[in-house]
Design a protein around this ligand. Structure first.
Ligand code: GLN
Length: 210
């Protein structure tokens, strides 16, 4: 269930008595990682700032935050995290990309070349809502949520097209703004800039399986 407000604590498989919080990484190379860390702290998991490949060890999931996708991509190449995050994902690690993180999760960006993780079979339109409409808010219907979610869009991308294995969770004017695959979630908007923790809960429970 999403939105039941329960804290996520799970028992270590090999421990006798201790419940230890699961570690969730937040990529901290550039952009809005602190807001995700604050929310994850409230939900009873242990957020970890990830700046190196070593930082991926022992994580149950990884958030790739909003920011500037070219800058984050270049820093991921320099740090080895582009390949590191791909390996983490293909070993089954859960990933959630918000905004620039959604751009990075895609397999191609319309009209330009930039480093991408390519974790989702999706064509990205970067800054897809136009130069004039740089920021806006909209109540969104989200597949699996019983009430609308306030989407905060800041120079947001959308997915132009998705391939098999991608489930669309929400659209704005026919444009895909939230989607998931087996161990990946993307949102074009910024749930970390609202008080509504349902997307963070959804990631922990439905994508990370905690
Ligand atoms: N437009 C930015 C990019 O494509 C993303 C903006 C954001 O993350 N708020 O990198």
């Amino acid at each position: 269930m999403v939105g039941n407000g329960r804290k996520v604590t799970t028992r270590c498989s090999n421990s006798e008595t201790t419940d230890s919080p699961k570690k969730i990484g937040v990529l901290a190379l550039q952009g809005g990682f602190r807001e995700h860390i604050d929310i994850l702290n409230k939900l009873g998991v242990e957020p970890v700032e990830v700046r190196s490949v070593e930082g991926l060890e022992g994580l149950s999931g990884l958030v790739v935050p909003g920011g500037e996708s070219t800058t984050i991509g270049n820093l991921m190449v320099e740090s080895g995290l582009l390949d590191g995050i791909r390996s983490f994902f293909y070993r089954g690690g859960a990933v959630w990309g918000t905004c620039a993180g959604m751009v990075l999760a895609g397999s191609a960006v319309m009209g330009r070349k930039q480093p991408l993780l390519g974790l989702m079979n999706a064509l990205v339109e970067r800054n897809g809502f136009g130069r004039q409409v740089r920021s806006f808010e909209k109540e969104l219907e989200i597949g699996g949520f019983d009430k609308p979610f306030l989407g905060v869009f800041i120079r947001a991308p959308f997915f132009e097209d998705v391939g098999p294995g991608v489930e669309v969770l929400s659209k704005v004017d026919g444009r895909i703004v939230a989607a998931r695959g087996e161990n990946i979630l993307v949102t074009a908007f910024h749930p970390e800039l609202t008080d509504d923790v349902r997307f963070h809960e959804y990631f922990l429970q439905e994508v990370c399986g905690l």
